[in-house]
Design a protein around this ligand. Structure first.
Ligand code: AMP
Length: 294
């Protein structure tokens, strides 16, 4: 496994595989790897000839007052886990390599970036502007055949998918199921912030989604399903930042479970830690099973 820090070194490292028409898979990460990231790396390893992982804590997707400075970083651990998962190349640029002096361009995926986490009362559309812009740059630098994203960040995957389509990137976006701790908590680099009591309270996120899955059936109003999920959260002392049911493709609000896949998404602050989780409720799907789960 090689570790490089410049765009130029990435292009040089990938020149030969590209010439030989070997397939390239890209897994963008902010590091502090856990089993969720590893599942993406393993999927890339299974599908592609060359696996590239980017490791970059992207300042552009953090708002003022968010956790950019204290975001967990573990470079040695990341390199070990990446090597174990069969990564061929890590691209770990510094901020100046990605955003040189005078950098002025940004990409905004209209509509999709303005709801849920993109709502001004949540992280705001600037968050997804930062995500879309950095992902576009990574796609241009690496030129992968396939790029892997986690269902854990459902809205991010939808935003990236739309950007790739709208801007004609020649890449397939592959979305992999959420990997969870045995007790159901979605794996996240931010889980290390949780104190033991908060860690227990955080289980309410998944419990709320499972209760939504159980309550949802054809014709049931979304408001009733969300009320049930909210009850589970509030009973555990968790006040959601948002808890919404939206069309899983276009993110339009839905009034009822009407046969199309519905994304039930929530964000909540547990102490100082902001967590998100979601579930895609497909017609006939089984409660407690993540969409696309193997
Ligand atoms: P991050 O390092 O948090 O930016 O995440 C990098 C990629 O890993 C994103 O595509 C995330 O959606 C994905 N990811 C994060 N947590 C999980 C998880 N628990 N299960 C599956 N994928 C995940």
């Amino acid at each position: 496994m090689r570790v490089v820090t410049t765009k130029r070194a990435v292009r040089e490292a990938l020149a030969a595989p590209r010439r030989e028409a070997r397939t390239i898979g890209l897994v963008p990460t902010m590091g502090s790897l856990h089993a969720g990231h590893v599942s993406l790396l393993e999927a890339a390893r299974a599908d592609c000839d060359v696996v590239v992982m980017s490791l970059f804590v992207n300042p552009a997707q953090f708002g003022p007052g968010e956790d950019l400075e204290r975001y967990p970083r573990d470079r040695d651990g990341d390199e070990r886990m990446a090597a174990d998962a069969g990564v061929d190349l890590i691209y770990a640029p510094d901020v100046a390599e990605v955003y040189p002096d005078g950098f002025a361009t940004s990409i905004e995926v209209g509509g999709l970036s303005e709801v849920l986490c993109g709502d001004p009362d949540s992280r705001g559309p600037e968050h997804f502007r930062g995500v879309s812009t950095v992902v576009a740059k990574l796609l241009n630098t690496v030129g992968p055949d396939v790029a892997y994203f986690g269902q854990k960040d459902a809205q991010q995957a939808i935003v990236v998918g739309r950007m790739v389509r709208d801007l004609d990137f020649e890449v397939r976006v592959e979305v992999r199921p959420t990997v969870r701790e045995p007790d159901g908590l979605a794996m996240s680099s931010r889980n290390v912030y949780l104190e033991p009591q908060e860690r227990k309270r955080a289980l309410a996120l998944r419990a709320a989604l499972v209760s939504a899955e159980s309550a949802a059936s054809p014709g049931v109003p979304a408001a009733d399903v969300l009320a049930e999920a909210r009850r589970v959260l509030v009973e555990a002392g968790v006040e959601p930042e948002y808890l919404e049911a939206r069309d899983a493709e276009h993110l339009h609000p839905v009034e009822s479970f009407n046969g199309r896949p519905v994304l039930v998404a929530l964000a909540a602050r547990i102490g100082r830690t902001r967590l998100i989780d979601n579930s895609i409720i497909e017609p006939g799907s089984e409660p407690g099973r993540d969409a696309n789960s193997d």
